[in-house]
Design a protein around this ligand. Structure first.
Ligand code: ADP
Length: 379
């Protein structure tokens, strides 16, 4: 158990800057909470009050019901992992010694601490061969993984992460986010993660706390609710114009009705008869999609063009056990306007026109409205 609770917390810095105002927030044990908002709205200040790197000027922060103002800060921090943007690694120490730092501070022998360090390097997906390197000999993404490993080495119940992935490129960043999700599914830590990136917040958080100017908490909710029902104009503006589209990623594509697709193998293209505006999907011998042809492409192949040069790339594919965002994206990125559903083996299962995704969205909303009404009227 490691609930974290802010009660009436405020922070005004000595120069008069009001960084956090009247913060009331309860972070449940084992949950992944993201503090998100534009720069300068008090996210880092709020997070640092959890490990007493910043002291509140009003209110209390409790961990498991205990006011941490009464806990020795050094002891407190030994139970709270902390990851920062630059990795925060000691440059003159090898990776393994960086990771073994906290277990040794907690009294583990050097041998035991190093053994624990190797285990945790495995856990965050780092090759043990990197253990003997110095931080400067690693890529940015690897350094961040070492930062996460170091924070986890002593198995603290709480993990604070301050913009940990902001400095790495988008591809590595997406990998690190996947890794965090996988780790959290295994470890069930109480994680507080700061970012200014709403997409990162949505990808990672069980709940997200949106902070606004003056350190005022605007909304604290599950990400799908922040997207679907922003509590304030500020939140609506911050989550951005694509929020409806992003919200589709929380809806399953399982119930969408697939339509049959006309398929053809490459050697059959010349025999196709397609009316104006019709498309056929070219598949390989195993039924895996290769792209689309229309009447013009068929004529070109008949006239001697190679099928490969005449097929239009297929748009993105989706799997019916995925979400509606992928389904809609598959449909609108497809030259035919039809998304292609494939199974785990990559074989075509059927097609999905964009309109069907919208019909499915409307159907899911009707069910939810009916449920809300039932709850409200208590029947
Ligand atoms: P965020 O993490 O959302 O970017 P911060 O918590 O870092 O926001 O900062 C909130 C506000 O407090 C900002 O206006 C910032 O300039 C100010 N601030 C942060 N740290 C200090 C400090 N040590 N002294 C004075 N002002 C500070």
């Amino acid at each position: 158990m490691s609930d974290i609770e802010f009660r009436g917390v405020a922070k005004t810095y000595p120069d008069g800057t009001r960084a956090v105002s009247e913060l009331d927030l309860r972070i449940e044990s084992g949950s992944f909470t993201v503090f998100v908002g534009p720069s300068g709205c008090g996210k880092t200040t709020s997070m640092r009050m959890i490990n007493r790197m910043v002291e509140p000027t009003a209110g209390t922060v409790r961990i498991d019901g205990r006011d941490i103002a009464g806990v020795d800060p050094v002891r407190l921090r030994l139970g709270i992992g902390y990851v920062i943007q630059s990795g925060g690694l000691l440059p003159h120490r090898k990776v393994i010694d960086n990771v073994a730092t906290v277990p040794m501070l907690l009294g583990a022998s050097r041998t035991a601490a190093r053994a624990a360090a190797l285990d945790v390097l495995d856990r965050v997906g780092l090759d043990r061969g990197l253990a003997q390197r110095y931080p400067a000999q690693l890529s940015g993404g690897q350094q961040q993984r070492v930062g996460v490993a170091r924070a986890l080495a002593a198995d603290p119940p709480v993990l604070l992460m301050d913009e940990p992935f902001s400095a790495v490129d988008p591809v590595v960043r997406a990998e690190l986010q996947d890794e965090m999700r996988r780790l959290q599914a295994e470890l069930h830590k109480t994680i507080v993660f700061v970012t200014h990136d709403i997409d990162e917040a949505i990808a990672l958080g069980d709940r997200i706390a949106v902070f606004g100017r003056g350190g005022v908490l605007q909304q604290y909710d599950a990400p799908e609710r922040v997207l679907a029902r922003p509590a304030t104009d500020f939140v609506a503006g911050f989550v951005g114009r694509d929020r409806g589209y992003r919200a589709l990623s929380f809806r399953t594509a399982e119930a969408v009705a697939l339509t049959p697709i006309r398929t053809v193998e490459a050697d059959g293209i010349t025999g196709l008869r397609l009316a104006q505006g019709d498309w056929a999907l070219v598949v390989d011998a195993d039924g895996r999609p290769g792209g689309w042809v229309d009447g013009t492409a068929v004529e070109a192949v008949r006239a001697g063009a190679s099928p490969a040069a005449s097929v239009s790339a297929g748009g993105s594919l989706f799997t019916p056990d995925g979400d509606l965002r992928q389904a809609l994206d598959a449909a609108i990125s497809s030259p035919s306007g039809i998304g292609v559903a494939v199974d785990a083996a990559g074989t075509v299962r059927g097609g999905l026109p964009a309109g069907e995704v919208l019909a499915q969205l409307a159907a899911q909303r009707r069910i939810e409205d009916a449920e809300r009404n039932r709850e409200f009227f208590g029947q």
